[in-house]
Design a protein around this ligand. Structure first.
Ligand SMILES: [Zn+2]
Ligand SMILES: [Zn+2]
Length: 248
C-alpha cells in the first residue's frame, strides 16, 4: 500500500510548531509518499488577512519542498477548517483565493455543547451540528467523525442519527478520514470507532488516513493499524489533488 498521511499540522497551525522541512524529512525517512498538510483555520481566532498571509507563505514553502523531494514525497495543500458552516463567506473567499488540494471540515468547538451534563444529549447535539456542516457542502473530508468521544469513554451516539450523518456524507460526495490520534488523545482505538468505520463502508469505498500530527513523534503514529483496517474492510485510501479524489 502506498503510504499516505492526509492529516498533518505544521507551524502554520496555532497549536503546532513543526517546520515543514522537518516534517518532509521525517516522512521521507518513513517512506510516506503523499502527505496532506492540514493546518487549522479557526475564524473565531484568526482574521482573514492573517489566514491569507499564512497560506501564501506556506504555498511557497510547499512548492519548494515538492521540488526538493520530487519522486519521493508530495506535500498536498490541505486545510482543516473548524466549523466551516458557521463562516460561509470567509470559507468561500479563502477557497477562491487558494487552490487547496482538499478541505477538511471538523467540529472542535464543543465547549458550548458540554454545558449540558447529559452526555447522550451532548452527543446528539454534536451529530446534529455535524449534519449541518456536511450539508453546507463546503468540504471534501469530514475530520475525526466521532471526536466527541474524546470526552466520554463510552459511545452514546444514536444509531439512526449516525446513519443519517453517514448517508449525508455520501450524498454530498464527501468522505471520512481514519484518524489515528484517538489512542494518544483519548485511549480510544480510532476516530471514528471501528464499528462506525464498518458502517461507513456500506455507504462509501473511500477514506483518507491521517495521524493528526502536531509533533514529530506523531507523524507516522499508529498508521499501520489504520492501513490494516482499511485493507481488511475494503476501504481504499485516497489522496486529493485540486479537490479531485485520487485512488492510489
Ligand atoms: Zn481536528
Ligand atoms: Zn487536526
Amino acid at each position: 500500500m502506498t503510504k499516505t498521511n492526509m492529516h498533518i499540522h505544521s507551524e502554520y497551525s496555532w497549536d503546532c510548531e513543526m517546520k515543514l522541512e522537518d516534517i518532509a524529512r521525517i516522512l521521507v525517512e518513513n517512506g510516506v509518499k503523499y502527505a496532506g498538510i492540514t493546518d487549522h483555520v479557526e475564524f473565531d481566532r484568526e482574521d482573514m488577512m492573517y489566514v491569507r498571509r499564512k497560506f501564501s507563505q506556506r504555498d511557497h514553502e510547499i512548492n519548494r519542498l515538492n521540488e526538493q523531494y520530487q519522486g519521493k514525497l508530495t506535500l498536498l495543500q490541505g486545510v482543516e477548517i473548524s466549523e466551516p458552516h458557521w463562516y460561509p463567506e470567509q470559507v468561500k473567499m479563502l477557497t477562491d483565493v487558494f487552490a487547496f488540494d482538499f478541505i477538511m471540515g471538523s467540529l472542535h468547538n464543543t465547549d458550548n455543547l458540554k454545558a449540558s451534563t447529559n452526555k447522550r444529549y451532548v452527543t446528539y447535539l454534536y451529530y446534529r451540528e455535524m449534519l449541518k456542516m456536511i450539508e453546507a457542502g463546503q468540504i471534501d473530508v469530514v475530520g475525526h467523525l466521532d471526536y466527541i468521544n474524546k470526552y466520554y469513554k463510552e459511545d452514546d451516539s444514536n444509531y439512526s442519527q449516525v446513519q443519517e450523518v453517514l448517508e449525508a456524507i455520501k450524498e454530498h460526495n464527501q468522505i471520512i478520514e481514519i484518524n489515528t490520534s484517538a489512542e494518544r488523545r483519548a485511549g480510544l482505538n480510532l476516530f471514528p470507532s471501528i464499528d462506525k468505520i464498518c458502517r461507513y463502508k456500506l455507504v462509501s469505498d473511500y477514506v483518507t488516513i491521517g495521524t493528526d500530527a502536531h509533533r514529530e513523534d506523531e507523524l507516522v503514529d499508529n498508521m499501520e493499524q489504520a492501513e490494516f483496517l482499511s485493507t481488511e474492510i475494503g476501504l481504499k485510501p485516497v489522496i486529493f489533488e485540486k479537490r479531485k479524489r485520487i485512488i492510489l
